[in-house]
Design a protein around this ligand. Structure first.
Ligand SMILES: *Cc1c(COP(=O)(O)O)cnc(C)c1O
Length: 418
């Protein structure tokens, strides 16, 4: 909320009235605060000061090139999960030695690209993948730097769709099979074992799951040492939550206070992969009220932004705060904020008590900087919205709104239909 606040009754992004941005750029629009991104990144960097560490921002949370550039310029690395993200990270100037690559389904092309780029390491998720990377590295006459993503079987107590560290999850290698997998990796001539990776889930609001998972992987590192396998990088993933509603997630400093004493016995470089906790509260999604209607059971506020623009409410039933761009003291009404998409699941907020809005008014869907634009689509043939970055008194369009002609980009009508 720091950088999105009311001055008198008007919502500002840093020092710019949100209304002014929408007048120039239109609605709906994502608005990011430069200052918040920087403050959040620095909070991590400062918290782990003194411990050799690399902060690899998870691009899937927000991969706008200007955002990536801002983070890269300040020393941030990248956690990528596709060839596309690798491309974006490099374009933004992230040094290759600060790029880690996770994901259960890396393709041969993607592996070749990452090997040629000489990234810091692959976070490998299966023995099949290990064998494939070894083979591809051999063909390229190089060695692949690797960590194994282990699944420590820890319940992060978050939404099941964003839990990744439980036994039944598709991610990583079960921790009880880790040693044998490391032994296999050691036998493969074109792999260089550098680390252990884990990532147990997202929107985690307590420290304990991090501690429990870290204990297990430190123990694993110690056991590997007795087998002659030296671990250089401990990659503890991302997952720290943010306050969307009334959660009180730990600050990166609390994470470091818990984690750093545990690392004293080893000589590790620590890798962190925060996504949401850097980007989430650095962005808002602004949309305009089109119509309102009263059904016997419910009131609906129909806005021009929908689930194709911001999917989290529909996908995870996620809560996002909703604020009017201009405060009023009209009567409070309970309503659902819904989009124009032809799906009943198309809502941005349900059962919210807001001072009655009028048609044409703007509202801000808060905490939309992570998994907002990156999850957006063209569903219902809606052009993707613009993204704006605010810095102090200035704002910059960091992605143009798509046009209708973008909807047919790359498509072709076969001759027999002409
Ligand atoms: C999604 C993801 C992250 C980022 O998670 P946040 O909850 O956004 O911090 C980090 N690492 C991996 C491997 C991921 O898949």
């Amino acid at each position: 909320m720091h950088d999105f606040k009311y001055i008198k009754s008007e919502l500002y992004a840093e020092d710019v009235p949100v209304k002014k941005i929408v007048e120039a750029v239109g609605s709906p629009v994502y608005i990011y605060s430069h200052n918040t991104f920087l403050r959040h990144f620095n909070a991590y960097n400062d918290a782990f000061n003194g411990q050799p560490h690399t902060i690899c921002f998870a691009l899937k949370a927000n991969s706008n090139p200007a955002v990536l550039r801002l983070l890269a310029k300040n020393g941030c690395g990248a956690d990528v999960v596709s060839g596309g993200e690798l491309y974006l990270a490099r374009k933004a100037g992230v040094p290759v030695k600060k790029i880690v690559y996770a994901g259960v389904g890396k393709t041969e092309d993607e592996i070749v690209q990452a090997l040629k780029a000489r990234i810091l390491m692959f976070n490998i998720e299966s023995s099949d993948e290990m064998i494939a990377i070894n083979e591809i590295a051999g063909k390229l006459k190089t060695k692949a730097p690797i960590a194994l993503r282990v699944n420590p079987d820890i319940d992060p107590k978050t939404h099941p769709y964003i839990s990744t560290g439980l036994k039944e999850s598709k991610f990583g290698i079960p921790i009880e099979n880790a040693i044998e997998h490391y032994k296999l990796a050691r036998k493969l001539p074109n792999l260089e074992i550098l680390g252990i990776h884990k990532h147990i889930g997202s929107q985690i609001t307590t420290i304990q799951p991090f501690i429990d998972a870290l204990k297990k992987i430190i123990l694993l590192a110690q056991t590997l040492k007795t087998h002659g396998i030296d671990i250089k990088h401990l990659d503890i993933g991302g997952g720290l939550g943010i306050p969307y509603h009334n959660e009180h997630p730990p600050h990166p400093k609390e994470l470091s206070n818990a984690v750093l004493p545990m690392l004293e016995s080893g000589n590790f470089n620590l890798i962190l992969e925060p996504g949401r906790s850097i980007a989430g509260n650095a962005g808002i999604f602004v949309t305009k009220v089109l119509y309102q209607k009263q059904h016997p059971e419910k009131e609906f506020v129909i806005v021009d932004g929908g689930m194709n623009d911001l999917l989290r409410p529909s996908l995870y039933n996620a809560y996002h705060g909703v604020l009017p761009i201009r405060k009023n003291n009209r009567k409070k009404v309970l309503s659902d904020i819904v989009g124009p998409i032809c799906e009943s699941g198309d809502f941005l907020a349900t059962n919210r008590e807001l001072n009655r809005l009028s048609n044409g008014e703007l509202i801000a869907v808060m905490s939309s900087g992570a998994y907002g634009f990156t999850m957006s689509s063209n569903y219902n043939s809606r052009p993707r919205v613009a993204e704006v970055m605010v810095k102090g008194r200035n704002f910059y369009i960091v992605r143009e709104r798509e046009q209708y002609k973008d909807l047919i980009k790359g498509s072709k009508i076969p001759d027999f239909l002409k």
